[in-house]
Design a protein. Structure first.
Length: 467
């Protein structure tokens, strides 16, 4: 279609602008037409089409009631019937269909108390959060409905509220976080009035459930530029409200080692982790690895700031913060472990046994993430990407030691608990204690990792204990 996907320069509902519609969606919409009803593709999918991105899910808005939709299709699941939403399974796709609605009575800044159905698509679009999310495509003809100038805002890469920002944010305290999340995922700027309104509505955001906060925070961190959202969180007071431990890092100086305050350093580290497409755990660890610094900061006699044991305090605070934010336990444990270990300092003089102990302590499965965190930490210290050669020596050494070492975990020892019990070690705690001792011995001297030698050591240990 000629001119499809070009963005129209109008703030009014467009009658001419048409966008291409997937054939399957056209067929789906024709069923509504046959029943005398209208169907529109609405919300994020339209935004993504204008951004020339692949839309993830299809949300349909309609003037048909949920009961009418259920009568039109064979398989319909009443997924959110209270809010007028049903999910239609159609030709292998699952399509959310929501009856036009307005939302009324936001009592606690969380979710509307009651949902009222609306008569027109324009009314339905007016309840949505941002102009770029408040557009619809009439189906099956593909006519763009854009009453708030969303297409122009997308062209100008700006996030604006539908209507008055303070009003919209006092209805739903999650919207400020959604705005910042979109700024990070899309690389758009935020209109000044929107940023001001966030400051005025912090008490409303304070009432949002931690699960919803977590979901937006995770999306910010997974985006290519989390620094955009993080910096806006700081400016608006959302950081102090939701991540006070990080806010406490603002202005904490660390001259001597660093050019930046702890906050700037942490954001730069996290930004680097995101730019390098590192895992969520590394991004979180990069952001939180120094939150113990404000508490441990001491000025020494030479006028230099020191932060002894800050990694332990950072790990403890991160565990509490991530639990509060309802991250899953596996993520929390990994992030906390990375933070605890982030201060390693390798020297060429390390013995092979010391390298083996390092590998065991960190865990073979965490080595890659820990080195990624170190790279992010260095980038955040210097403000420029780290020299890839800086860790090369240690990495090569680890490889050499791994090749030489036959056992780097209890599982890889040449004997197991049953073997120990067979030579008389009592079942229970003693088995674990002796296995650990055997691992220690093998770490010192890998040549000891044979069944014969280990059983001999085990026997001797037992005798020593008995005598
Ligand atoms: P994505 O799915 O990529 O996160 P999205 O815009 O599709 O982005 P959804 O949460 O799927 O976001 O919501 C679908 C649509 O519902 C949005 O585009 C917006 O029109 C509307 N919407 C979602 N959350 C809110 C909210 N808190 N307040 C007002 N409208 C909302
Ligand atoms: Mg969506």
């Amino acid at each position: 279609m000629n001119g499809a996907n070009t963005v129209q320069n109008t703030g009014k509902t467009s009658n001419q602008k048409r966008l291409p519609v997937a054939p399957a969606l056209c067929r789906f919409a024709q069923i509504f037409e046959e029943h005398g009803k209208k169907a529109y593709l609405a919300g994020g999918a339209v935004r993504d089409i204008l951004l020339k991105k692949k839309a993830c899910d299809w949300d349909i808005a309609t003037d048909a009631s949920p009961q009418e939709v259920m009568a039109m299709f064979k398989t319909v699941i009443p997924t959110g019937i209270k809010h007028g939403t049903v999910t239609v399974l159609y030709k292998g796709a699952s399509i959310e269909v929501t009856t036009f609605r307005t939302e009324a009575d936001y009592r606690d800044g969380r979710r509307p108390e009651r949902v009222e159905f609306a008569a027109t698509i324009e009314e339905d679009l007016s309840r949505r959060d941002f102009t770029m999310n408040a557009m619809a495509l009439s189906l099956p003809d593909g006519r763009l409905v854009d009453p708030f100038g969303g297409a122009l805002d997308i062209k100008n890469q700006i996030i604006r509220c539908v209507g008055s920002p303070p009003e919209r944010f006092s209805e739903d305290g999650l919207r400020p976080l959604r705005a910042l999340r979109f700024a990070s995922t899309l690389g758009f700027s935020l209109e000044a009035a929107l940023l001001d309104a966030i400051k005025q509505c912090l008490d409303v955001t304070a009432m949002v459930s931690m699960e919803r906060v977590q979901s937006e925070f995770e999306k910010m961190l997974r985006s290519p530029r989390p620094q955009t959202a993080l910096e806006a969180m700081r400016q608006t007071g959302l950081l102090k409200l939701l991540l006070p431990e990080l806010d406490a890092c603002v202005g904490v100086l660390q001259k001597g080692y660093h050019r930046f305050d702890v906050w700037t350093h942490s954001v730069l580290a996290c930004a680097y982790a995101a730019a390098q497409n590192m895992s969520l755990e590394v991004r979180l660890a990069a952001l939180l690895h120094d939150i113990g610094k404000p508490e441990t900061a001491r000025l020494n006699e030479n006028g230099v700031w020191t932060f002894y044991n800050h990694e332990k305090v950072s790990a403890k605070k991160s565990r509490a913060l991530l639990s509060k934010l309802r991250f899953d336990n596996q993520t929390i444990e990994k992030v906390v472990h990375l933070i605890e270990e982030h201060m390693f300092h390798y020297e060429d003089e390390w013995s092979d046994a010391a390298v083996r102990r390092f590998i065991i302590r960190v865990g073979e499965e965490n080595l890659e993430a820990l080195f990624a965190l170190r790279a992010a930490d260095s980038a955040g210290t210097a403000g420029v990407p780290p020299d890839p050669r800086s860790m090369q020596e240690f990495l090569r050494r680890i490889e050499r030691v791994r090749e030489k070492s036959s056992a780097l975990s209890i599982k890889k020892l040449a004997v197991n608990g049953h073997d120990l019990m067979a030579i008389g070690v009592p079942a229970g705690k003693s088995v674990g204690i002796i296995l650990k001792l055997l691992l220690e011995a093998v770490l010192e001297d890998p040549a000891l990792n044979t069944r014969e030698k280990l059983l001999e050591i085990a026997k001797k240990t037992m005798e020593n204990k008995l005598t």
